[in-house]
Design a protein around this ligand. Structure first.
Ligand code: UD1
Ligand code: CA
Length: 461
């Protein structure tokens, strides 16, 4: 079977009340379009055709970003005159002898297994068109599947065109269909727009085929939660939760402990070892890797980090693009900007900011520091309030601190500067040039003490 997949992504998305095209709104940090393209790619089609329209350049750029590795063709639907008109825009890009699967870019969680079953069902049936349908207690808003007394499908009626009886039909159209391209080519030009919305409905293929004595069949899915179309922010939020719960469930099944699967957000991918614990309200994005026995405290925001065995990340730590090696401890309230490596057992405490910093084994920065563009050796103690002055207003400079250095509290290290092995920097020192190994450096003005000093006071009225 030669499979070509059409993804409809031209709609305006009026009900989103947004300047952004509907299909570029995100679920789990990725556009709805990208989710659908990823699912389409998994079916290994000969070609993916994305129909763009409203803000087509933006949608096309996203399609191109996501479709790497597959043949992609973007077709522009000049005016959004309905789903049939949208597929018509894709026709020139399709081969007559292919099987066509039509997906909607506003249905981001479309399950792959349903699509595989739909295509299998088309292969093994006599039908010219295979629909993917669901049976719902509340079918409001969806096209209804109309069947005759013997159960054969006769047509699809949109909500706005339904008679009172038809509104009671519980079987709905997911919108997803599979059919031979030749059937599309034959019937698409015959679809008219005499309906409530004056649109060209793709769903009218059904009645046209049946009128010609052809056959339309359906595969019914019980995955409705994943086949919901997103037309509004409420539905977008529902899709987000559904997706997050799916991911949380998978992680739980794999042995990760989530304090509350309802309060866990993964906007990317997570690799993990055994016995990891993630407390409530964490947001993980990009690609994160956890080793064994990693603990992530509540409220942490982590993106693109590699966290090795036995690391403890305490609550409200924000970190990106950093590597924490075994038994490192960070937080609470630590901020790791991109480019840090913390060697084994290093510790970064509250209100410490790191950027492009390398902390050696066992090195500690417990409180209130900024360490940027820094190469710090092993077993170094960074006192509270230590600041690397890495920026001179024009350029960034390196601070190098060798092993076993003691940096007293409230030290400023004016980069570029090097502190040699075993040196001691007294509290309150401004270091502007190299400190030799094993030396003590201190810049401190002698303190003046006045006894019985009268502080100025406001006069009482
Ligand atoms: C459509 C179906 C309905 C089904 C529902 C499932 C039709 C007529 N109706 O209704 O039976 O129950 O989906 O979610 O097909 N689009 C274009 N160009 C257009 C119009 C739409 O590309 O001119 C795209 C949209 O971007 C969207 C998809 O097609 O991705 C569906 O369009 P939408 O207007 O949301 O259709 P529904 O009213 O939801
Ligand atoms: Ca829709």
């Amino acid at each position: 079977m030669k499979l070509e997949i059409v993804i409809l992504a031209a709609g305006l998305g009026k009900r989103m009340h947004s300047a952004l095209p509907k299909v570029l709104h995100q679920v789990a940090g990725q556009s709805m379009l990208s989710h659908v393209i990823a699912t389409a790619k998994a079916l290994k089609p000969q070609k993916i055709v994305v129909v763009t329209g409203h803000q087509g350049e933006l949608v096309q750029a996203e399609a191109e970003r996501c479709a790497t590795g597959t043949t992609l063709c973007c077709c522009k639907q000049e005016q959004q005159r309905g789903t049939a008109d949208a597929v018509k825009a894709a026709l020139p890009a399709l081969d007559s002898d292919s099987t066509v699967l039509v997906l909607y870019a506003d249905t981001p969680l479309t399950p792959l297994t349903d699509l595989q079953q739909l295509l299998d069902a088309l292969q093994t049936s006599q039908a010219q068109l295979m629909l993917l349908t669901c049976t719902l207690d509340d079918p409001t808003g969806y096209g209804r599947i109309v069947r005759n007394e013997s159960g054969a499908i006769e047509g699809i009626v949109e909500q706005k065109d339904c008679s009172a009886d038809e509104l009671n039909i519980k079987e709905i159209n997911s919108g997803i269909i599979a059919l031979p391209c030749s059937v599309l080519q034959h019937y698409l030009p015959r679809i008219e727009c005499n309906n409530a919305q004056h649109e060209y409905y793709l769903t009218d293929l059904t009645s046209l085929i049946v009128k010609d004595g052809g056959q339309v069949a359906a595969m019914t899915s019980d995955n409705f939660a994943y086949l919901r179309g997103v037309n509004s922010k409420v539905q977008l939020a529902q899709a987000e939760r559904t997706y997050q719960q799916l991911q949380a469930r998978k992680l739980l099944d794999e042995g990760v402990t989530l304090a509350d699967p309802q309060r866990f957000d993964l906007r990317g991918t997570l690799e993990h070892g055994q016995d990891c614990f993630i407390d409530v309200n964490c947001v993980l994005s990009g690609h994160c890797v956890l080793g064994n026995n990693v603990t992530i405290g509540a409220g942490c925001i982590i993106s693109d980090c590699v966290i090795d065995d036995n690391v403890v990340v305490s609550p409200y730590t924000v970190m990106e693009q950093s590597h924490l090696k075994a038994a490192v401890t960070v937080g609470p309230f630590a901020r790791l900007r991109p480019g840090n490596t913390l060697e084994e057992k290093a510790h970064v405490g509250n209100f410490v900011e790191l950027k492009k910093a390398h902390l050696g084994k066992g090195t500690k920065a417990g409180h209130l520091s900024y360490l940027g563009d820094s190469e710090i050796g092993a077993e170094v103690n960074i006192g509270a309030g230590t600041i690397t002055c890495n920026y001179d207003g024009a350029n960034k400079h390196q601070t190098i601190i060798e092993d076993d250095v003691f940096v007293g509290s409230d030290t400023q290290l004016v980069a570029p500067v090097t502190v040699r092995k075993g040196a001691t920097i007294a509290a309150g020192t401004t270091v502007t040039k190299e400190v030799p190994a094993e030396a003590l450096v201190l810049t401190r003005t002698r303190a003046l003490y006045k006894t019985h000093y009268q502080r100025p006071r406001k006069e009482k009225k």
